[in-house]
Design a protein around this ligand. Structure first.
Ligand code: PSU
Ligand code: MN
Length: 301
């Protein structure tokens, strides 16, 4: 892909088949407040290095798609916050053409990771079908991307701001497996459980990597979602989080928030309503996902 700039560390790691883990940047600019966003992004990178793999945070910096941001670039993007353009597939070419700073969603990151030759990606939560999506058609472009781009996304499920059942139906239609890591229950981001089942269960990085290698050999294309439940000690009280989500959803409707602003608005509201607890859980689960992605990345052929 033109306009793609891969850091020396990442291209060396790719050339020597050392594990590389892609990381998104919307979670930095739109998902967490400054300075926790920058601190978390750097901690996640350190965690991946500790596991013996190489992190590749991806963003558009002044029109260049950078794979493997420097510490300065992460600080810069974190400071920009929502001033950076949130880039899904739709927005990517415009950000490059206009020389903008762009933060990549799960979909945007998958596109650039695949172009760079990176096969696995760690984040907090994926987008999905919003509640009422059968009417509003508000379905995250993340789901389409999972259907077409062969990158495995390690996450803690999706927040119940979304309709988790419809999200799973949509993924099934698109041919995307949802693999529970040491669980057969779909986690709901802040909580380890939801009423829904995953497609498959796998219990070790070896099993995950073996599966991903087989799928690649078969040239099936398309992505996978690997769901890794939030660690027990950080799991939130279900009633607390459900109340916060209901309040956030009604405020979103009252204010008439639309389109790509909806997800960042809901995330911000939930963070404000629950205070520090949700942010702490968010940071813990991202680190947990980074670890699993790094262990798996090292075993990919
Ligand atoms: N869900 C989270 N945290 C996030 C996001 C989703 O719990 O930061 C971000 C991700 O970048 C995801 C995007 O790809 O929001 C989905 O946005 P939308 O619903 O507009 O597609
Ligand atoms: Mn949307």
């Amino acid at each position: 892909m033109e306009h793609l700039f891969i850091s020396e560390e990442v291209s060396e790691a790719l050339a020597n088949s050392r594990g590389v883990v892609a990381l998104e940047s919307t979670i930095i600019s739109h998902g967490m407040p400054y300075p926790q966003n920058v601190q978390t992004a750097l901690k996640v990178e350190a965690e991946i290095r500790n596991c013996g793999a190489v992190p590749a945070t991806i963003a558009v910096i002044k029109g260049k798609i950078k794979v493997g941001l420097t510490e300065e670039e992460i600080e810069y993007l974190g400071h920009e916050g929502p001033a950076a353009l949130k880039c899904s597939r739709r927005d990517l070419a415009y950000a490059v053409f206009s020389g903008l700073n762009g933060a990549l969603t799960v979909a945007g990151t998958m596109i650039c990771a695949q172009a760079a030759g990176i096969r696995i990606f760690a984040t907090g939560g994926i987008g999905g079908v919003h509640r009422g999506g059968e009417k509003t058609m508000d379905i995250s472009a993340d789901l389409e991307e999972l259907g077409r781009t062969q990158v495995a996304v390690v996450c803690a499920g999706c927040k119940s701001i979304l309709d988790i059942g419809l999200t799973l139906e949509y993924l099934e239609t698109k041919g995307v497996a949802v693999i529970g890591y040491q669980t057969d229950v779909m986690p709901a981001f802040y909580t380890a459980k939801s009423p829904f089942k995953t497609t498959f269960t796998m219990n070790s990085p070896e099993q995950l990597a073996g599966y991903l290698n087989t799928k690649r050999e078969m040239k099936l294309g398309g992505g996978d979602v690997i769901v890794n439940p939030v660690p027990q000690e950080y799991s939130m009280e279900e009633s607390v989080i459900n109340e916060a989500i209901s309040a956030a959803l009604s405020r979103c409707e009252q204010r008439g928030i639309k389109g790509k602003q909806i997800t960042p608005f809901l995330l911000e509201e939930i963070k404000n309503i629950t205070g520090g607890d949700s942010l702490e859980a968010n940071i813990a689960l991202v680190l947990n996902n980074a670890r699993l992605a790094a262990q798996t990345a090292k075993l990919l052929k």
